[in-house]
Design a protein around this ligand. Sequence first.
Ligand code: PLP
Length: 505
Amino acid sequence: MTSPAAPVVTTAKIVEPTIFEISSPGRRGVNMPASDVPETALPPKDLLRSDLPLPELAEVDVVRHYMRLSKFNYSVDDGFYPLGSCTMKYNPKINEDTCRLPGFLYTHPLQPIETVQGNLALMYETQEWLKEISGFAGITLQPAAGAHGEFTGVLMMAAYHKSRGDTKRTKMLIPDAAHGTNPASTGMLGMSVVTIPSDARGNVDLKALEAACDDTVVGMMLTNPNTLGMFDEHIEQVIKLVHDCGGLMYGDGANLNALLGILRPGDLGFDVMHFNLHKTFSVPHGGGGPGSGPVGVAARLADFLPAPVVGIVEEAEDDLPPLYGFITPKQSIGRMKAFHGHFGGGLVRSYTYIAMHGPNGLKDISQYAVLNANYLQARLRDTYHVPYDRICMHEFVAEGQFAGSDVRALDIAKRLMDYNFHPPTNYFPLIVHEALMIEPTETENKDTLDAFADALIKIADEAKTSPDLLHSAPHITPFGRMDEVKAARELVLCCWLPEDYNENE
Ligand SMILES: *Cc1c(COP(=O)(O)O)cnc(C)c1O
């Protein structure tokens, strides 16, 4: 399969009418039924509005408006989405069926536990499966996403030290390849961050680590494989150094897609780790979907888990199932979230995915994810410089720049959109100049990988022959090159503003 030629067109300026502008007085989307409850008096007059400026539209107007907007988007269901670190795998549609089963969909977290035994059984089994997959002794399903899991995990680390009267520990060791959420989670707890450099092969620099280890260390947060896609070649020594100074080892589990069925972080000696169910276990994410960041802990931290965790409160008798309920760990750090985590959107989908694949299927996932990344790396390394050039895990990082050219990673990323590919992550990790971080995932076939590699090789050629084509890309999207700084600094999430809107109010 060869990549399609990207057409060269100038970006048409699209002026998308807002839902307010297509409003017309008197149009209706609903017919209100006759009231079937007794009428009551209205609240006092000063609490009532005389005017409510809402758009007036028929159902078909609304459907067409949002359908049109949705076509401006790009998604995993549209095409290849190699956004490094984000694991944008295809999400099997069976997940959508199971999470909409009425027994899951129409339950409320405050129902008596006898009436939600199915939900609790699903949560219990998810905990058990995550333990088996990761090698940890206890699991909380509460955290809403990976970053929230980090915060939860670091809280438990602090509680562990405090419970032992070990109050000197205020420093967290974090490698320079880390995701920004690691120092952010640590900083939110008032700890200081000591950055540990990476060595020339993309491992933690052991000398620097050794120098930083002392009795003020809370622990270390490490992503393994790290954000360069490199498995740390001295992982056991790294963990030993941290443990020897009394620190705890936090695993950022965002890259678990490389390890399923192959290696268990708990067995390696990690003390605590978050899972990103929305990455590894196929929950749609990006665009605000529900995250889910369960945390696994080693036995010595199990008593500190957030409360409650799902457990068996009455053992099974005869052929009957046990009674599931909620249990409060002895030294719990408390509740991290209202209710019990993202149940339907996160847990039911991930449960379905794990059940569907089983142990061998999960191992296949990681092996194919690693194979796909290595295939792309092998096809691209002669065209794009790969600074940490060894066998990678599920992703790798190339440089989006060429000697003697003013083309940058951003230009390459934007030009890829003209070839109908979502760009890779760029400018991260920070230790690679003009980084292009490519994670193909296991769900792509060889034709797609080849088409993507062909496009990137062609773009490298365009960078020589017609660099302006790249500087001005993308050309085929509804909107052209954005002012990224302005978009970040002056974010406008609502495209319609009332005439008297004052942003300083
Ligand atoms: C995605 C990611 C996180 C944060 O997870 P969220 O679920 O987005 O909060 C942390 N570390 C790494 C390496 C990641 O890729």
